[in-house]
Design a protein around this ligand. Structure first.
Ligand SMILES: Nc1ncnc2c1ncn2[C@@H]1O[C@H](COP(=O)(O)OP(=O)(O)O)[C@@H](O)[C@H]1O
Ligand SMILES: [Mg+2]
Length: 195
């Protein structure tokens, strides 16, 4: 299955999510690889730190995660969207992000009619005003929102350098739940491969 993480802006957590999903899916026994197509190379650098070696793109992987540049016009973003079985639009709970999210959903629909589209909220602070914005804003967006979200946690910042071992129990649980929910989404690829 090819999973593309995208957003029309930087800082929402595409690279962090790429790394966290990579770690959690490995823990869940999947073979997974990140294709980092952002020239900033955040997830490639993080992977090099975590693994201490390069991954081998030549061998088969159950899941390919594309990390993309923070803009929809970039050729790398377009190609990653065209490849996607599942396109995940990453949003943080702020009005500006939510406005961009619908535009991003429309962009995916134009580029790839087959892709399943889901929204994921990252940096969620439960019990805050912005946290409460999520339910309301999710209704304004024409693609479903994943029930699993990622909270704002300091340990996620450390995950870029240290991977799984930077995460405390609650974070691990949250990321695993998200990873599993992603592998159970029905996409064309998931209909062919039995996980
Ligand atoms: N859930 C989170 N909790 C706390 N910090 C986060 C979270 N997600 C991302 N960050 C931080 O936000 C910043 C931007 O994240 P990054 O993954 O590089 O975004 P993008 O790839 O979309 O530009 C980084 O400093 C990262 O550590
Ligand atoms: Mg990035």
């Amino acid at each position: 299955m090819e999973v593309t993480l995208l957003a029309n802006k930087g800082g929402v957590g595409k690279s962090t999510l790429s790394i966290l999903l990579h770690e959690a899916l490995k823990k869940a026994g999947k073979s997974v690889i990140i294709r980092d197509w952002d020239i900033q190379g955040t997830s490639n650098k993080a992977l090099a730190l975590i693994l201490g070696k390069e991954t081998n793109p030549a061998i088969h992987h159950d899941i390919i995660i594309y990390d993309t540049p923070p803009n929809l016009e970039h050729p790398a973003t377009i190609t990653a969207v065209k490849n996607a079985d599942l396109a995940i639009v990453v949003v943080s709970p702020s009005p500006a992000d939510i406005w961009e999210a619908e535009k991003t959903v429309q962009f995916v629909r134009e580029q790839n009619k087959e892709a399943v589209i889901r929204l994921i909220f990252n940096k969620v602070r439960k019990g805050t005003l912005l946290g409460r914005l999520i339910d309301e804003s999710a209704k304004q967006i024409s693609a479903p929102t994943l029930k699993s979200m990622l909270s704002y946690r300091e340990c996620y910042q450390h995950a870029l350098g240290e991977g799984w071992k930077a995460l405390d129990g609650a974070a691990r649980e949250e990321v695993l739940e998200l990873a599993i929910s992603i592998t159970t989404i029905k996409t064309q690829a998931n209909n062919l491969i039995r996980y």
